[in-house]
Design a protein around this ligand. Structure first.
Ligand SMILES: NC(=O)c1ccc[n+]([C@@H]2O[C@H](COP(=O)([O-])OP(=O)(O)OC[C@H]3O[C@@H](n4cnc5c(N)ncnc54)[C@H](O)[C@@H]3O)[C@@H](O)[C@H]2O)c1
Length: 357
Protein backbone atom coordinates (compact mmCIF):
# COMPACT_ATOMS: atom_id res chain seq x y z
CA UNK A 1 0.00 0.00 0.00
CA UNK A 2 0.87 3.66 0.04
CA UNK A 3 3.19 5.07 2.68
CA UNK A 4 1.18 6.66 5.47
CA UNK A 5 1.34 10.45 5.84
CA UNK A 6 0.68 11.57 9.42
CA UNK A 7 -0.83 15.04 9.15
CA UNK A 8 -0.92 17.62 11.92
CA UNK A 9 -3.51 20.33 11.48
CA UNK A 10 -2.60 23.84 12.66
CA UNK A 11 -5.79 25.77 13.40
CA UNK A 12 -9.03 23.86 13.92
CA UNK A 13 -11.61 26.27 12.48
CA UNK A 14 -14.02 26.46 9.56
CA UNK A 15 -11.58 25.80 6.75
CA UNK A 16 -9.63 22.97 8.36
CA UNK A 17 -12.91 21.12 8.92
CA UNK A 18 -13.71 21.38 5.21
CA UNK A 19 -10.30 20.03 4.18
CA UNK A 20 -10.29 17.27 6.82
CA UNK A 21 -13.61 16.24 5.26
CA UNK A 22 -11.67 15.51 2.05
CA UNK A 23 -8.98 13.43 3.86
CA UNK A 24 -11.31 10.42 3.69
CA UNK A 25 -10.69 10.09 -0.04
CA UNK A 26 -7.00 9.28 0.65
CA UNK A 27 -6.14 5.94 2.25
CA UNK A 28 -2.58 7.13 3.05
CA UNK A 29 -3.61 10.26 4.98
CA UNK A 30 -3.95 9.90 8.74
CA UNK A 31 -5.08 12.85 10.88
CA UNK A 32 -2.47 12.47 13.64
CA UNK A 33 -2.67 15.72 15.60
CA UNK A 34 -4.33 19.11 15.95
CA UNK A 35 -2.75 22.30 17.31
CA UNK A 36 -4.92 25.23 18.28
CA UNK A 37 -4.48 27.74 21.15
CA UNK A 38 -8.25 27.84 21.65
CA UNK A 39 -9.48 25.35 24.28
CA UNK A 40 -12.90 25.40 22.64
CA UNK A 41 -11.40 24.41 19.29
CA UNK A 42 -9.35 21.63 20.94
CA UNK A 43 -12.45 20.30 22.74
CA UNK A 44 -14.27 20.13 19.42
CA UNK A 45 -11.28 18.39 17.81
CA UNK A 46 -11.23 15.84 20.66
CA UNK A 47 -14.91 15.06 20.07
CA UNK A 48 -14.60 14.93 16.27
CA UNK A 49 -11.30 13.00 16.13
CA UNK A 50 -10.72 11.04 19.38
CA UNK A 51 -7.50 9.48 18.00
CA UNK A 52 -5.72 12.77 17.27
CA UNK A 53 -3.10 14.18 19.67
CA UNK A 54 -3.94 17.70 20.82
CA UNK A 55 -1.53 20.60 21.28
CA UNK A 56 -1.93 24.17 22.44
CA UNK A 57 1.21 25.33 20.61
CA UNK A 58 1.99 24.12 17.08
CA UNK A 59 5.72 23.97 17.96
CA UNK A 60 5.02 21.26 20.56
CA UNK A 61 3.22 19.32 17.84
CA UNK A 62 6.18 19.70 15.47
CA UNK A 63 8.62 18.66 18.21
CA UNK A 64 6.52 15.62 19.18
CA UNK A 65 7.87 13.76 16.15
CA UNK A 66 4.34 12.50 15.48
CA UNK A 67 3.67 14.36 12.24
CA UNK A 68 5.19 14.05 8.75
CA UNK A 69 3.28 17.00 7.31
CA UNK A 70 1.24 19.97 8.49
CA UNK A 71 -1.88 21.56 7.11
CA UNK A 72 -1.75 25.25 8.07
CA UNK A 73 -5.28 26.59 8.60
CA UNK A 74 -4.66 29.20 11.29
CA UNK A 75 -5.19 32.96 10.62
CA UNK A 76 -3.06 34.54 7.86
CA UNK A 77 -0.71 36.42 10.20
CA UNK A 78 0.56 33.05 11.51
CA UNK A 79 1.11 31.28 8.16
CA UNK A 80 4.74 32.26 7.49
CA UNK A 81 5.90 31.45 11.01
CA UNK A 82 4.16 28.06 11.04
CA UNK A 83 5.58 27.17 7.62
CA UNK A 84 9.13 28.27 8.52
CA UNK A 85 9.11 26.27 11.78
CA UNK A 86 7.80 23.16 9.98
CA UNK A 87 10.23 23.40 7.06
CA UNK A 88 13.18 23.90 9.39
CA UNK A 89 12.26 20.56 11.05
CA UNK A 90 11.88 18.79 7.70
CA UNK A 91 8.10 18.58 8.04
CA UNK A 92 6.13 18.95 4.77
CA UNK A 93 3.77 21.93 4.51
CA UNK A 94 0.42 22.47 2.85
CA UNK A 95 -0.25 26.12 3.70
CA UNK A 96 -3.55 27.82 3.07
CA UNK A 97 -3.72 31.29 1.53
CA UNK A 98 -2.13 33.81 1.79
CA UNK A 99 1.52 32.69 2.09
CA UNK A 100 2.70 35.66 4.17
CA UNK A 101 1.03 38.53 6.01
CA UNK A 102 3.87 41.07 5.91
CA UNK A 103 6.32 41.79 3.09
CA UNK A 104 9.40 41.08 5.21
CA UNK A 105 8.24 37.53 5.98
CA UNK A 106 8.71 36.57 2.31
CA UNK A 107 12.51 36.44 2.37
CA UNK A 108 12.58 34.36 5.58
CA UNK A 109 10.03 31.91 4.16
CA UNK A 110 11.98 31.70 0.91
CA UNK A 111 15.24 31.01 2.79
CA UNK A 112 13.57 28.32 4.91
CA UNK A 113 12.21 26.71 1.74
CA UNK A 114 15.60 26.80 0.05
CA UNK A 115 17.30 25.16 3.04
CA UNK A 116 14.66 22.47 3.62
CA UNK A 117 14.24 19.12 1.92
CA UNK A 118 10.56 19.12 2.87
CA UNK A 119 7.77 19.95 0.37
CA UNK A 120 6.05 23.34 0.50
CA UNK A 121 2.72 23.28 -1.26
CA UNK A 122 0.31 26.22 -1.34
CA UNK A 123 -3.43 25.87 -0.79
CA UNK A 124 -4.33 27.89 -3.88
CA UNK A 125 -7.82 26.45 -4.30
CA UNK A 126 -8.86 28.47 -7.35
CA UNK A 127 -5.77 27.39 -9.33
CA UNK A 128 -7.39 23.94 -9.42
CA UNK A 129 -10.72 25.05 -10.88
CA UNK A 130 -11.83 23.52 -14.17
CA UNK A 131 -12.23 26.68 -16.27
CA UNK A 132 -8.80 27.94 -15.22
CA UNK A 133 -7.30 24.94 -17.05
CA UNK A 134 -9.64 25.57 -19.99
CA UNK A 135 -8.17 29.05 -20.38
CA UNK A 136 -4.60 27.70 -20.11
CA UNK A 137 -5.40 25.18 -22.88
CA UNK A 138 -6.98 27.84 -25.13
CA UNK A 139 -3.90 30.00 -24.64
CA UNK A 140 -1.46 27.10 -25.27
CA UNK A 141 -3.28 26.30 -28.53
CA UNK A 142 -2.74 29.90 -29.66
CA UNK A 143 -6.45 30.75 -29.66
CA UNK A 144 -6.17 33.68 -27.23
CA UNK A 145 -2.79 35.11 -28.20
CA UNK A 146 -0.66 36.95 -25.70
CA UNK A 147 -2.55 38.58 -22.83
CA UNK A 148 -2.24 42.36 -22.59
CA UNK A 149 -4.97 43.16 -20.04
CA UNK A 150 -6.60 40.94 -17.41
CA UNK A 151 -9.09 41.52 -14.63
CA UNK A 152 -10.01 39.63 -11.50
CA UNK A 153 -12.80 40.41 -9.06
CA UNK A 154 -13.59 38.68 -5.80
CA UNK A 155 -16.82 40.06 -4.39
CA UNK A 156 -18.43 38.36 -1.40
CA UNK A 157 -20.39 40.03 1.37
CA UNK A 158 -19.11 38.19 4.45
CA UNK A 159 -21.98 39.32 6.68
CA UNK A 160 -21.34 38.08 10.25
CA UNK A 161 -18.26 36.00 9.38
CA UNK A 162 -15.80 38.65 10.72
CA UNK A 163 -17.45 38.22 14.15
CA UNK A 164 -17.25 34.40 14.06
CA UNK A 165 -13.65 34.37 12.72
CA UNK A 166 -12.09 37.44 14.38
CA UNK A 167 -9.07 37.59 12.05
CA UNK A 168 -11.42 38.73 9.29
CA UNK A 169 -12.50 41.82 11.25
CA UNK A 170 -10.78 44.93 9.81
CA UNK A 171 -8.70 42.64 7.53
CA UNK A 172 -7.72 44.69 4.48
CA UNK A 173 -9.37 42.80 1.58
CA UNK A 174 -6.52 43.37 -0.88
CA UNK A 175 -4.33 41.11 1.30
CA UNK A 176 -6.61 38.25 0.22
CA UNK A 177 -5.58 38.42 -3.42
CA UNK A 178 -4.37 34.88 -4.11
CA UNK A 179 -7.72 33.42 -5.22
CA UNK A 180 -7.83 36.17 -7.86
CA UNK A 181 -4.20 36.45 -8.90
CA UNK A 182 -3.54 32.68 -8.87
CA UNK A 183 -5.52 31.99 -12.07
CA UNK A 184 -4.39 35.27 -13.68
CA UNK A 185 -0.73 34.36 -13.09
CA UNK A 186 -1.31 30.95 -14.67
CA UNK A 187 -2.27 32.90 -17.81
CA UNK A 188 0.27 35.76 -17.53
CA UNK A 189 3.76 34.28 -17.39
CA UNK A 190 5.47 37.33 -15.86
CA UNK A 191 5.69 38.60 -12.30
CA UNK A 192 3.62 41.69 -11.44
CA UNK A 193 6.11 44.55 -11.03
CA UNK A 194 4.29 47.80 -10.21
CA UNK A 195 1.08 48.58 -8.38
CA UNK A 196 -1.22 51.46 -7.54
CA UNK A 197 -4.11 50.77 -5.17
CA UNK A 198 -7.08 52.68 -3.70
CA UNK A 199 -9.23 51.84 -0.69
CA UNK A 200 -12.89 52.93 -0.41
CA UNK A 201 -12.78 52.98 3.38
CA UNK A 202 -16.05 52.08 5.05
CA UNK A 203 -19.25 53.34 3.44
CA UNK A 204 -21.35 50.33 4.43
CA UNK A 205 -20.85 50.26 8.22
CA UNK A 206 -19.10 53.58 8.78
CA UNK A 207 -16.42 51.82 10.84
CA UNK A 208 -13.19 53.79 10.40
CA UNK A 209 -11.08 50.60 10.53
CA UNK A 210 -13.18 48.80 7.92
CA UNK A 211 -12.63 48.52 4.17
CA UNK A 212 -15.58 47.86 1.85
CA UNK A 213 -13.51 47.44 -1.30
CA UNK A 214 -9.97 47.86 -2.56
CA UNK A 215 -8.87 48.16 -6.19
CA UNK A 216 -5.33 47.57 -7.42
CA UNK A 217 -3.84 48.08 -10.87
CA UNK A 218 -0.67 46.14 -11.70
CA UNK A 219 1.80 46.20 -14.55
CA UNK A 220 4.41 43.65 -15.62
CA UNK A 221 7.78 44.30 -17.22
CA UNK A 222 6.35 43.81 -20.73
CA UNK A 223 3.37 46.13 -19.96
CA UNK A 224 0.64 43.60 -19.31
CA UNK A 225 -1.89 45.39 -17.08
CA UNK A 226 -3.97 43.57 -14.44
CA UNK A 227 -6.86 45.12 -12.52
CA UNK A 228 -7.98 43.58 -9.25
CA UNK A 229 -11.09 44.35 -7.16
CA UNK A 230 -11.63 42.72 -3.80
CA UNK A 231 -14.65 43.44 -1.62
CA UNK A 232 -15.86 41.55 1.44
CA UNK A 233 -18.45 44.13 2.52
CA UNK A 234 -21.04 45.07 -0.12
CA UNK A 235 -24.66 44.69 -1.25
CA UNK A 236 -24.13 42.10 -3.97
CA UNK A 237 -26.54 39.19 -3.36
CA UNK A 238 -24.34 36.31 -4.62
CA UNK A 239 -20.60 35.93 -4.00
CA UNK A 240 -18.49 35.54 -7.12
CA UNK A 241 -15.06 35.37 -8.66
CA UNK A 242 -14.81 37.05 -12.06
CA UNK A 243 -11.81 36.67 -14.37
CA UNK A 244 -11.13 38.36 -17.71
CA UNK A 245 -8.39 37.68 -20.26
CA UNK A 246 -7.90 40.09 -23.17
CA UNK A 247 -5.44 38.54 -25.61
CA UNK A 248 -4.04 39.57 -28.97
CA UNK A 249 -6.07 36.79 -30.66
CA UNK A 250 -9.04 36.20 -28.40
CA UNK A 251 -11.04 36.88 -25.24
CA UNK A 252 -11.97 34.73 -22.23
CA UNK A 253 -14.25 35.62 -19.35
CA UNK A 254 -15.66 33.90 -16.29
CA UNK A 255 -18.55 36.21 -15.46
CA UNK A 256 -19.88 37.59 -12.17
CA UNK A 257 -23.03 35.89 -10.88
CA UNK A 258 -26.15 36.54 -12.88
CA UNK A 259 -29.75 36.11 -11.70
CA UNK A 260 -29.97 32.94 -9.61
CA UNK A 261 -26.27 33.05 -8.82
CA UNK A 262 -25.25 31.33 -12.08
CA UNK A 263 -21.97 32.36 -13.68
CA UNK A 264 -20.87 31.76 -17.26
CA UNK A 265 -17.62 31.03 -19.04
CA UNK A 266 -17.34 32.95 -22.34
CA UNK A 267 -14.79 32.77 -25.14
CA UNK A 268 -14.08 34.23 -28.56
CA UNK A 269 -11.16 33.89 -30.96
CA UNK A 270 -10.09 35.41 -34.26
CA UNK A 271 -8.20 32.20 -35.05
CA UNK A 272 -11.21 30.01 -35.91
CA UNK A 273 -13.78 30.87 -38.59
CA UNK A 274 -17.12 31.63 -36.98
CA UNK A 275 -15.79 31.86 -33.41
CA UNK A 276 -15.30 35.63 -33.32
CA UNK A 277 -18.54 36.12 -31.39
CA UNK A 278 -18.81 35.32 -27.66
CA UNK A 279 -19.52 31.63 -27.20
CA UNK A 280 -20.53 30.07 -23.90
CA UNK A 281 -18.32 27.14 -22.90
CA UNK A 282 -19.74 24.13 -21.03
CA UNK A 283 -17.21 24.30 -18.21
CA UNK A 284 -17.44 25.43 -14.59
CA UNK A 285 -15.14 25.46 -11.59
CA UNK A 286 -15.86 21.81 -10.86
CA UNK A 287 -14.14 18.74 -12.24
CA UNK A 288 -16.73 16.22 -13.49
CA UNK A 289 -14.03 13.52 -13.66
CA UNK A 290 -13.94 13.62 -9.84
CA UNK A 291 -17.68 13.29 -9.34
CA UNK A 292 -17.38 9.59 -8.38
CA UNK A 293 -14.62 10.13 -5.81
CA UNK A 294 -16.12 9.93 -2.32
CA UNK A 295 -15.62 12.96 -0.08
CA UNK A 296 -14.02 15.25 -2.62
CA UNK A 297 -14.83 18.18 -0.39
CA UNK A 298 -16.01 21.64 -1.34
CA UNK A 299 -15.02 23.89 -4.23
CA UNK A 300 -16.08 21.41 -6.94
CA UNK A 301 -13.25 18.96 -6.42
CA UNK A 302 -10.51 21.59 -6.16
CA UNK A 303 -9.82 20.63 -2.53
CA UNK A 304 -9.44 16.99 -3.53
CA UNK A 305 -7.19 17.90 -6.48
CA UNK A 306 -5.05 20.03 -4.16
CA UNK A 307 -4.64 17.25 -1.56
CA UNK A 308 -3.88 14.74 -4.33
CA UNK A 309 -1.21 17.09 -5.64
CA UNK A 310 0.28 17.35 -2.13
CA UNK A 311 0.34 13.59 -1.51
CA UNK A 312 1.90 13.02 -4.97
CA UNK A 313 4.59 15.61 -4.19
CA UNK A 314 5.38 13.94 -0.84
CA UNK A 315 5.57 10.55 -2.58
CA UNK A 316 8.14 12.07 -4.95
CA UNK A 317 5.93 11.58 -8.02
CA UNK A 318 6.03 15.27 -9.03
CA UNK A 319 6.81 18.78 -7.81
CA UNK A 320 3.85 20.56 -6.19
CA UNK A 321 1.62 22.34 -8.74
CA UNK A 322 1.74 25.50 -6.63
CA UNK A 323 5.04 25.71 -4.79
CA UNK A 324 6.62 28.52 -2.81
CA UNK A 325 7.59 30.70 -5.76
CA UNK A 326 4.04 30.61 -7.13
CA UNK A 327 2.71 31.21 -3.62
CA UNK A 328 4.75 34.38 -3.21
CA UNK A 329 4.06 35.52 -6.80
CA UNK A 330 0.36 35.57 -5.97
CA UNK A 331 0.61 36.78 -2.35
CA UNK A 332 3.16 39.62 -2.38
CA UNK A 333 1.26 41.78 -4.94
CA UNK A 334 -1.56 42.16 -2.40
CA UNK A 335 0.81 43.35 0.32
CA UNK A 336 2.50 45.87 -1.97
CA UNK A 337 -0.97 47.05 -3.06
CA UNK A 338 -1.82 47.66 0.59
CA UNK A 339 1.37 49.70 0.92
CA UNK A 340 0.34 51.75 -2.12
CA UNK A 341 -3.15 52.34 -0.70
CA UNK A 342 -1.61 53.50 2.58
CA UNK A 343 0.44 55.99 0.51
CA UNK A 344 -2.68 57.39 -1.18
CA UNK A 345 -2.32 55.29 -4.34
CA UNK A 346 1.33 56.04 -5.17
CA UNK A 347 2.93 53.58 -7.56
CA UNK A 348 4.99 51.02 -5.65
CA UNK A 349 7.57 48.67 -7.15
CA UNK A 350 7.13 44.99 -6.20
CA UNK A 351 10.21 43.01 -5.10
CA UNK A 352 10.47 39.21 -4.86
CA UNK A 353 13.04 37.11 -2.99
CA UNK A 354 14.32 35.64 -6.29
CA UNK A 355 15.11 39.06 -7.78
CA UNK A 356 18.72 38.98 -6.60
CA UNK A 357 19.83 35.69 -8.09
N1 LIG B 1 -8.56 28.29 0.34
C1 LIG B 1 -9.78 28.64 0.68
O1 LIG B 1 -10.71 28.50 -0.10
C2 LIG B 1 -10.04 29.16 2.05
C3 LIG B 1 -11.34 29.34 2.51
C4 LIG B 1 -11.54 29.80 3.81
C5 LIG B 1 -10.45 30.09 4.61
N2 LIG B 1 -9.18 29.93 4.14
C6 LIG B 1 -8.01 30.20 4.98
O2 LIG B 1 -8.09 29.34 6.09
C7 LIG B 1 -7.52 29.94 7.24
C8 LIG B 1 -8.46 29.80 8.41
O3 LIG B 1 -9.70 30.42 8.12
P1 LIG B 1 -11.01 29.99 8.90
O4 LIG B 1 -12.15 30.59 8.18
O5 LIG B 1 -11.02 28.53 9.11
O6 LIG B 1 -10.79 30.76 10.29
P2 LIG B 1 -11.22 30.27 11.75
O7 LIG B 1 -11.14 31.47 12.61
O8 LIG B 1 -12.52 29.52 11.68
O9 LIG B 1 -10.11 29.21 12.19
C9 LIG B 1 -8.83 29.58 12.58
C10 LIG B 1 -8.42 28.70 13.77
O10 LIG B 1 -7.02 28.91 14.01
C11 LIG B 1 -6.82 28.99 15.40
N3 LIG B 1 -5.54 29.67 15.66
C12 LIG B 1 -5.30 30.99 15.91
N4 LIG B 1 -3.99 31.20 16.09
C13 LIG B 1 -3.37 30.00 15.97
C14 LIG B 1 -2.03 29.55 16.07
N5 LIG B 1 -1.03 30.40 16.31
N6 LIG B 1 -1.78 28.24 15.92
C15 LIG B 1 -2.77 27.36 15.67
N7 LIG B 1 -4.06 27.72 15.56
C16 LIG B 1 -4.36 29.03 15.70
C17 LIG B 1 -8.04 29.69 15.93
O11 LIG B 1 -8.20 29.44 17.32
C18 LIG B 1 -9.14 29.05 15.07
O12 LIG B 1 -9.65 27.87 15.67
C19 LIG B 1 -7.24 31.39 6.85
O13 LIG B 1 -5.86 31.54 6.64
C20 LIG B 1 -7.96 31.59 5.55
O14 LIG B 1 -7.26 32.44 4.70
C21 LIG B 1 -8.98 29.48 2.87
Amino acid sequence: GLKEIRIGVIGYGIRSNVLIGAFGAFEQIALAAVADPSAKARDKAARDHPGAALFEDFRQMLDSGGVDAVLIESPPNTHAECAIEALSRGVHVLCDVPAVHEIDEAQRLWDAGTRSKAIYSFGATTNFWGYVDTCVALKDKGLLGKPFYCEAEYVADLGDLPTVTPWRKHYEPIRYCTHSLGPILKWVDEDLREVSCFDTGSHVHGDPDDHDAMVAIYRTQSRVVVKLLISFCNSHPAPFHRYVYHGTKGYFEKTHSLAGGETQVLFSTKEIYGMDGLTRLPVTESRPELSDVPGVGEHGGADYAMLKDFTDAIAGIKAPAVGMREALRMTLPGLYALKSAQMGGSVVRIAYPWDNG
